[in-house]
Design a protein around this ligand. Structure first.
Ligand code: NAD
Ligand code: UDP
Ligand code: UDP
Length: 313
């Protein structure tokens, strides 16, 4: 049994990760300041002897004793990370420094939840890990993109300088149950709008693309990366290469929910990437991992979750 720290453990991905790690026979310490996460996501684990919950902000030092660290603490949706952009950068950068300092003291292996946003609005398509990206350093997405890029820099410097055992994954858009209904991300927005019969808000002309990974697949990839050969540190893309326009996504959601919602077009937010698709050859080769859940099946599960949450069953 390993003692494992999950920062951001009360969030969407973090709560699924806590479930998986406990199911695999580990003890989990979940740290969260509840900025975008919620106790609801982990309520079923409270009282479990293998689960411990701490309210803590990772921008402050943390002294606990664990064998592995998954660093997920950071708001992930544009409306939330842009709400207090200075805090977003602090969470990524100071949070990474504190968790790396903790890992250094404990000689613990540490995994960073990085993001496809490090590629910015990419000129290389699909994105491979050796692409350095095209990121605006002073725009409204920069607090997140540059914060995550700096966190990657810190991880690699602790690896080179202090011989720390690091793992870096670049997560592409992931969706599923426990996404926050109001966090503004496209899958939750469209499903909630469709279920409530509200207008479906397409930003721009709806022709921009994203590649959507179902949460269970993502957690498989994340855990496989943590437990991979120490010589393999990444960064490695983890995502589903199926690429869809936002218009196609909206059409699928309308069909699966049998909704009468109309589609409306709204202005495209600044610096919104036009295309995004992971090249996952490295994850396949190094981790033996590939996603299994197609968009339709994953959306069905997610719609079922939101139906229950919104009481529209
Ligand atoms: P989320 O917002 O649901 O989860 C983030 C969690 O971190 C929340 O529980 C939040 O309260 C917590 N948190 C934020 N700031 C904190 C701080 N200073 N101290 C302690 N806790 C803090 O988002 P998510 O989708 O679960 O994302 C988890 C991680 O994965 C993030 O680091 C995100 O950047 C990364 N990621 C997610 C996606 C995706 O599509 N879901 C894509 C790329 C990267
Ligand atoms: N740190 C922490 N928990 C620990 C050890 C360190 O939160 O168990 C923090 C500590 O506050 C420091 C940061 O991690 O600011 C970086 O630690 P490191 O040892 O790398 O650097 P230094 O302490 O020399 O600045
Ligand atoms: N988007 C949209 N309508 C919405 C929310 C988002 O058309 O109600 C678009 C957004 O402009 C972007 C894509 O969907 O092109 C994905 O947005 P999201 O915020 O989910 O993630 P990210 O931009 O970080 O990939």
């Amino acid at each position: 049994m390993t003692q494992i720290l999950v920062t951001g453990g009360a969030g969407f991905l973090g709560s699924h990760l806590c479930d998986r790690l406990i199911a695999n026979g580990n003890d989990v310490v979940c740290v969260d300041n509840y900025f975008t996460g919620s106790k609801e996501n982990i309520r079923h684990l409270i009282g479990n002897p293998h689960f411990e919950l701490m309210r803590h902000d990772v921008t402050f030092p943390l002294y606990v004793e664990v064998g592995q660290i998954y660093n997920l603490a950071c708001p992930a949706s544009p409306i939330h990370y842009q709400f207090d952009p200075v805090q977003t950068t602090k969470t990524s950068v100071h949070g990474a420094i504190n968790m790396l300092g903790l890992a250094k003291r404990l000689k613990a292996r540490i995994l960073q939840a990085s993001t496809s946003e490090v590629y910015g609005d990419p000129e290389v398509h699909p994105q491979t890990e050796d692409y350095w990206g095209r990121v605006n350093p002073i725009g409204i997405r920069s607090c997140y993109d540059e914060g995550k890029r700096c966190a990657e820099t810190l991880f690699f410097d602790y690896w080179r300088q202090h011989k720390l055992e690091i793992k870096v994954i670049r997560i592409f858009n992931t969706y599923g149950p426990r996404m926050h209904p109001n966090d503004g991300r496209v899958v939750s927005n469209f499903i909630v709008q469709a279920l409530k019969g509200e207008d479906i808000t397409l930003y721009g002309d709806g022709q921009q693309t994203r590649s959507f990974c179902y949460v269970d697949d993502l957690i498989d990839g994340m855990v496989a990366m943590m437990n991979s050969d120490p010589a393999f540190v990444g960064p490695v893309n983890v995502g589903n290469p199926g690429e869809f326009t936002m218009l196609e996504l909206a059409e699928s959601v309308v069909r699966l929910t049998d909704s009468r919602s109309r589609m409306v077009f709204m202005p495209l937010p600044q610096d919104d990437p036009k295309r995004r698709q992971p090249n996952i050859e490295m994850a396949k080769k190094q981790l033996g991992w590939a996603p299994k859940v197609g968009l339709e099946d994953g959306l069905r599960e997610t719609v079922a979750y939101f139906r229950k949450l919104l009481n529209t069953a």
